[in-house]
Ligand binder design. Structure first.
Ligand code: AMP
Length: 360
């Protein structure tokens, strides 16, 4: 079976690393000459809306999936005429726009911060009166890793804030005084079968995910599964979806969804029976899903900007290095390490060992 992937970054690369043992081949559509997934399949180097290359991709593969959600709607519509596309166009339409996303949470009764649509500075001024300060202004589309957003703490911050974010459609969200951030990675097959990985605690630095630690018997697991299950069913979703929540007052508030494999699920490669990458491929290919059970304690640390010396990383017990083969650049995700152990105390010690290498 040949899988077409829109995007050829590290998520595409890890999909191919998981799918190759299942007998799958891969073609990646990505305009970047140095797309890091290209080493693991065919690279169609073209713009995401180039009709000739989209047609070529559709002709060559059995189905198409995505490694990022900001794919033009026309690309999805065009491909869908010729080849099955998972997740479906509607899932991408909702997940790439924070207004549609938050509106869906509200319609499904999933708690989320107060939010308002902001199409100009006057909308923002009204929204601030309604929601109050502090609040977070976010572009509706294309924001990631903390980009495309601004925390508004005092009235002076509101002046000109819409222009500062580029005068594009935004939402204003109430600021959530959260005690923690967690995500739930789920997978739903073509037949509707749904499985959930354990909730993961996430820590961000400068808006970029730094550390994910998989939980055991988290008291909010069942509640998170209920919320995520509602979204998956509503969208008739196929594939892996990640749902990010704020932990607040002993409950959960929905932040955002990613209609794809997710950075907070990378630990599953070594830390779960079947990884998020393999389960995504199983789901879109119509294969039975794999177990999402954890194998011992597990955590993931991102390497941002550069990867520490390989010999030092792999010298740490039960530490698994993933080097994405990308050029090192400040603020760029260029690799990660998964740490495993039988108990949490040892896991914490191993996290500290890797952190020391990053700092060094
Ligand atoms: P996002 O791109 O929406 O995931 O936001 C990036 C990070 O900004 C989140 O992981 C939070 O740490 C923080 N953040 C986003 N929205 C809010 C909010 N409404 N209240 C408090 N912190 C937020």
């Amino acid at each position: 079976m040949k899988i077409g992937v829109i995007g050829g970054g590290q998520l595409g690369r890890m999909l191919a690393l998981a799918g190759t043992p299942l007998g799958m081949n891969f073609a990646f559509l990505d305009p970047a000459p140095d797309a890091c997934a290209a080493a693991l399949g065919e690279h169609l180097r073209a713009d995401y809306s180039d009709p000739d290359h989209l047609r070529q991709l559709a002709d060559e593969v059995d189905l198409v999936t995505f490694e990022f959600e900001s794919v033009p709607a026309e690309t999805v519509a065009f491909l869908s005429q010729f080849v099955p596309v998972y997740p479906c166009a509607e899932s991408l339409r909702i997940a790439r726009d924070r207004w549609f996303e938050k509106s869906l949470f509200k319609d499904l009764g999933i708690p989320t911060p107060a939010f308002a649509n902001v199409l100009d500075q006057a909308d923002l001024d009204h929204a601030v009166i309604e929601i109050g300060l502090p609040a977070v202004l976010k572009t509706r589309t294309l924001g990631y890793d903390g980009k495309g957003q601004k925390v508004l703490r005092k009235p002076e911050d509101v002046v000109g804030a819409f222009a500062e974010l580029g005068s594009v459609p935004c939402i204003l969200e109430g600021f959530v005084p959260f005690s923690g951030e967690v995500s739930l990675v789920a997978v739903r097959g073509r037949d509707g079968e749904t499985r959930f990985y354990p909730l993961v605690h996430n820590t961000h630095v400068n808006g970029i995910l730094n550390l994910s630690v998989a939980s055991s018997n988290h008291p909010l697991q069942a509640l998170a599964e209920d919320y995520v299950g509602r979204v998956l069913k509503q969208l008739d979703y196929v594939g892996v979806l990640a749902f990010e929540f704020f932990e607040v007052d002993g409950g959960l508030k929905a932040n955002e969804i990613a209609p794809r494999v997710h950075n907070s699920g990378h630990w599953t490669i070594e830390g779960a029976e079947c990884s998020q990458f393999e389960n995504h491929l199983r789901a879109v290919a119509g294969l039975p899903l794999g177990s999402t059970a954890k194998v011992g304690e597990s955590a993931m640390l991102n390497f941002i900007g550069s990867v520490p010396p390989v010999d030092k990383v792999v010298a740490i017990d039960d530490c698994h290095l993933h080097h994405y083969g990308k050029a090192f650049k400040a603020g760029r995700k260029v690799g990660h390490a998964t740490l495993r152990s039988k108990d949490l105390a040892t896991l914490q010690a191993r996290i500290k060992d890797v952190e020391a290498l990053i700092e060094g």
